[in-house]
Design a protein around this ligand. Structure first.
Ligand SMILES: [Mn+2]
Length: 434
C-alpha cells in the first residue's frame, strides 16, 4: 500500500497555490541520530517533508516551486557506503521514483538554494526548524551581499507550518486506506494481548505480544512508545517502563498503535488481568464507556471540535457523582473542573502522520467545526490515584481509558479501529477464548 507519485505532486501544487506569486518552499527531513557509539536509531522521515515528497531517506531537502516542481537534494550514491548501510536513491533515483524535476547531491545544497532564492520574493519554510531557518537566513545574506552583481534577495518569509498543517488535517482516500490498515493491525495486536495475558506475566511480556503482531503484519515500528500499565500504573498517563509484574485482580491499560507507511494508529483498551472485571472496576469502566458513546454522538460534520470532549466530561462527572467519588451539582462540578482529579486530559486529538497530528483546534478563537476527512481519536478515561484518600478504598488505583480512531464522514463517524471489543461482556468473552 503506497501513495502514488502523482498524489505527492498534486499536494505540492496545492501548497504552491496557497502561497503568493513568486514563492519558493524549502523543507527538509531529519538526520540519522546516534543511539550509542556507532549504532543509530532507525530513521523515520519528517512528517511534512514525507507528506510532500514521499522520500524516505535521511538528510534530504526539497525546494518546491510554482506548479509543484521540485528539486530534491539527497545523500549521494556511494557504492562503498551502500555496501554496508544499504541502498540510496541518489539524484537519479530521486527523479525516477519521486517525480523530482531535478535532483542533486547534498554538497550542492547551498548553490541550489542560492539560485532558487535569487529573484524569489517569498520564501516559505518551517519556522520551527532551526536548521532550515539558519540556512534560509544565510542564503538571504549572501544574496543581499551580491546585490551589485545582480543578485536579488527575497523580502518576505512565510511559515509553511500552518499551511501544510491545514492540508494534512483533511485526509485523502489513499491516506485513509493506509490509516485503516494501520488501525486494523493495531486491533489484531490488542486482541492478541487480551487473549494472552495471565496474572504473573511481566508487563513487557504482554508488550512483546503487541510488537510481534505489529512487525509480523509489516508495521516495523509502533507509532509511539507502547504503554502497558497494570494496576495503578495506569494512572501514570504516559507510563512506558512496562517492567512490573501483572497481578491477579489488576486492570491492564494498553495504549499502543502501529505505524504503517508513516501513518499512526492509536488505540487504548483496559481489561482485567484475570479475565473478569471486579464490581468496582466494572462500575467505573461502564462510566468511561458511556462517556465514549456520548462523545461519539458529537463526531459529526459541523459539530464544534470541543463538543465531544464536553459530552464526555459531562457523562464522566455524572458517573463520578453516581458512584460517590464526587458529590454535588453536576453543572457546578463541571464548571469548577472538579472532575480533573480523575480526568486530566483531553478526549482526543488529530491523528495522521503524527500520532498527535498537526492542525489547529481553534479558528479565530472558536472551536473549529468538524469536516469530512478529518481523523481524530476519542479517548475518555478515569484515573483514581492509589493514594486518593478522599474516595472509598475500593476505587483507589483504578485507571481506565478507552480509545478509538475515528474518520469524520457526512454519513456519520467511521471507526477505523473497528472490530475490537470494548463492551464489558465482549471483552470478557474474548478473553475467555483460548
Ligand atoms: Mn491518543
Amino acid at each position: 500500500m503506497k501513495i502514488e507519485t502523482q498524489t505527492y505532486q498534486a499536494r505540492r501544487e496545492r501548497l504552491m497555490q496557497s502561497l503568493p506569486e513568486n514563492s519558493v518552499v524549502v523543507i527538509r527531513t531529519g538526520e540519522l541520530s546516534t543511539r550509542n557509539n556507532d549504532c543509530e536509531y532507525e530513521f523515520r522521515p519528517h512528517s511534512s517533508f514525507f507528506y510532500l515528497t514521499g522520500f524516505p531517506e535521511p538528510s534530504a531537502y526539497a525546494i518546491i516551486r510554482a506548479g509543484g516542481e521540485m528539486t530534491l537534494v539527497t545523500l549521494p550514491k556511494d557504492p562503498e557506503k551502500e555496501q554496508w548501510e544499504g541502498f540510496r536513491f541518489g539524484s537519479e533515483g530521486a527523479m525516477q521514483s519521486f517525480g523530482a524535476t531535478d535532483a542533486l547531491d547534498l554538497d550542492g545544497l547551498d548553490d541550489a538554494l542560492f539560485s532558487a532564492l535569487d529573484g524569489t520574493t517569498n520564501v516559505a519554510y518551517l519556522f520551527d526548524d532551526g536548521v532550515l531557518r539558519e540556512k534560509v537566513a544565510d542564503c538571504r545574506d549572501k544574496l543581499s551581499a551580491r546585490a551589485r552583481a545582480g543578485a536579488v534577495a527575497p523580502t518576505s518569509f512565510i511559515d509553511a507550518g500552518p499551511i501544510i498543517a491545514e492540508m494534512r488535517l483533511i485526509k485523502d482516500k489513499e491516506e485513509i486506506a493506509i490509516m485503516e490498515a494501520a488501525a486494523q493491525i493495531s486491533v489484531e495486536a490488542h486482541k492478541q494481548a487480551m487473549k494472552s495475558v495471565r496474572p504473573g506475566m511481566m508487563e513487557y511480556q504482554l508488550e512483546a505480544e503487541l510488537n510481534y503482531v505489529f512487525m509480523k503484519s509489516g508495521a516495523r515500528q509502533p507509532a509511539y512508545n507502547n504503554i502497558v500499565a497494570s494496576g495503578s500504573n495506569a494512572c501514570v498517563l504516559h507510563y512506558i517502563k512496562n517492567d512490573e509484574p501483572i497481578e491477579d485482580g489488576d486492570l491492564i491499560l494498553i495504549d499502543a498503535g502501529a505505524e504503517l507507511g508513516c501513518y499512526a494508529a492509536d488505540i487504548t483498551r483496559t481489561f482485567p488481568a484475570n479475565g473478569k472485571f471486579s464490581e468496582p472496576q466494572a462500575a467505573l469502566y461502564q462510566v468511561v464507556l458511556d462517556a465514549y458513546h456520548a462523545g461519539m454522538k458529537k463526531l459529526v460534520v459541523g459539530a464544534p471540535y470541543e463538543a465531544f470532549h464536553n459530552a464526555a466530561v459531562r457523562t464522566l462527572t455524572e458517573g463520578l457523582v453516581t458512584h460517590g467519588l464526587l458529590s454535588g451539582d453536576v453543572d457546578l462540578l463541571i464548571e469548577s473542573k472538579a472532575y480533573r482529579d480523575f480526568y486530566m486530559h483531553n478526549t482526543g486529538h488529530w491523528l495522521g502522520l503524527d500520532v498527535h497530528d498537526c492542525g489547529a483546534y481553534k479558528v479565530a478563537g472558536e472551536s473549529r467545526l468538524l469536516e469530512e476527512g478529518m481523523v481524530l481519536t476519542i479517548e475518555p478515561g478515569l484515573y483514581v490515584s492509589a493514594d486518593n484518600e478522599s474516595v472509598d478504598e475500593k476505587w483507589r488505583g483504578i485507571g481506565i481509558r478507552i480509545e478509538d480512531d475515528v474518520l469524520i464522514r457526512a454519513e456519520g463517524p467511521y471507526v477505523l479501529t473497528h472490530g475490537l471489543a470494548k463492551e464489558i461482556a465482549d471483552i470478557e468473552a474474548l478473553m475467555a477464548q483460548d
